[in-house]
Design a protein around this ligand. Structure first.
Ligand SMILES: NC(=O)C1=CN([C@@H]2O[C@H](COP(=O)(O)OP(=O)(O)OC[C@H]3O[C@@H](n4cnc5c(N)ncnc54)[C@H](OP(=O)(O)O)[C@@H]3O)[C@@H](O)[C@H]2O)C=CC1
Ligand SMILES: O=C(CO)COP(=O)(O)O
Length: 298
């Protein structure tokens, strides 16, 4: 293992943006299933032999990918994905911990559209880990245009990153129905309360919800067409089918599968999550106008 070697796994939108950012101060490799014409693109085995890995593949694919391709050899890992596994209701830290010791794991959170990061525009991110050494070691790889903060609230970051995608779908629906600014901001604010209620059930810290990982990423994603999840909501409000929307998108919108995961978790743990429930119901065919009536009533 080459000392201090860094590689990004997954050359989608976010993987490429992180690769651009991490290439500013040192050499950074990148790999993906599909070969791409990017500097320092290498095969998977070369990437896996690096000491530091940043993994940016969609949440629903992670377990299978770890199972089929990953061998733990002491690598330090930052997880860049945001979502909850729909088939099990497991948070990403729980999945990764089945394959890698938690002291080797960190999780990126915070408001960060890949399209802006890849232009070198400034942003602030949180590197969450139970082991502060992970923050100390990865922090030095980030460029000057990204400010990094440390948090040990891994579960809080995971829940915020996943839940805000479902709320971004809701906000996109609200926008697509032309319900106005008051409605959208009421939805986002109540969404933040709901996300915090859900998260505190699993031990997330209050401060995470009011910081970059929670309110920060929620405000960003739920208020911009740069968000794929927001665009899913716009499509649903315009009576497009989910298949049409996802085909047009051509990229992952984690909120779709995550809303199924939240729907199982809230039933199992009896957590009151009205907005996520309506997103799930709309994905299952409910008319958004009926969802609006129900949200105003409950
Ligand atoms: N885009 C953004 O602004 C941000 C995204 N994220 C999160 O990062 C994650 C990735 O998003 P993003 O890069 O935008 O998504 P994209 O849809 O742009 O890319 C997905 C990437 O995952 C790879 N991939 C898909 N399925 C598999 C699989 N079965 N095995 C291995 N690799 C696979 C693809 O490989 P291939 O190259 O072969 O197509 C591609 O590189 C998501 O969880 C997202 O929520 C987080 C913050 C910001
Ligand atoms: O997580 C993101 C920004 O922080 C990206 O959101 P989308 O996946 O909705 O585009």
């Amino acid at each position: 293992m080459e000392k201090n070697s860094v590689a990004v796994i997954g050359a989608g939108k976010w993987g490429q943006a992180l690769h651009f950012a991490l290439s500013q101060k040192q050499k950074c490799y990148i790999t993906s299933r599909t070969k791409r014409d990017i500097n320092n693109f290498v095969d998977l085995n070369t990437a896996l032999s690096c000491q530091y890995l940043i993994i940016a593949i969609p949440a629903q694919q992670i377990r299978q990918w770890l199972d089929e391709h990953f061998e733990f050899k002491g690598q330090k890992i930052l997880v860049a994905s945001k979502g909850i596994e729909a088939s099990t209701g497991k948070f990403l830290n729980e999945i990764y911990e089945e394959f890698i010791p938690s002291e080797n794991l960190g999780f990126i959170s915070g408001p960060s559209f890949a399209a802006e990061v890849i232009k070198g525009l400034p942003c602030a991110l949180v590197l969450n880990s139970l082991n502060k050494e992970i923050f100390n070691e990865f922090e030095k790889f980030f460029p000057d245009f990204i400010k990094t903060y440390y948090s040990d609230d891994v579960i809080g970051a995971e829940i915020c990153g996943a839940y805000k995608n479902v709320l971004a779908i809701a906000s996109g629906i609200c926008e697509g129905m032309n319900l106005g600014n008051n409605a959208r901001v009421s939805l986002i604010s109540r969404g933040l309360v709901e996300m915090q209620r859900f998260g505190s059930h699993f031990g997330a810290k209050m401060e995470t919800f009011i910081g970059l990982s929670g309110a920060g990423d929620l405000f960003l994603t739920a208020s911009s067409e740069l968000s794929r999840n927001f665009r899913v909501g716009l499509g649903l409000a315009n009576n497009k089918t989910l298949d049409e929307i996802l085909k047009e998108l051509g990229e992952v919108a984690e909120g779709v599968k995550t809303s199924y995961a939240i729907n199982s978790l809230n039933k199992k743990h009896k957590i009151y999550t009205p907005i996520a429930n309506e997103v799930y119901s709309i994905l299952e065919g409910k008319n958004p106008k009926d969802s609006l009536k129900d949200l105003l009533k409950d």
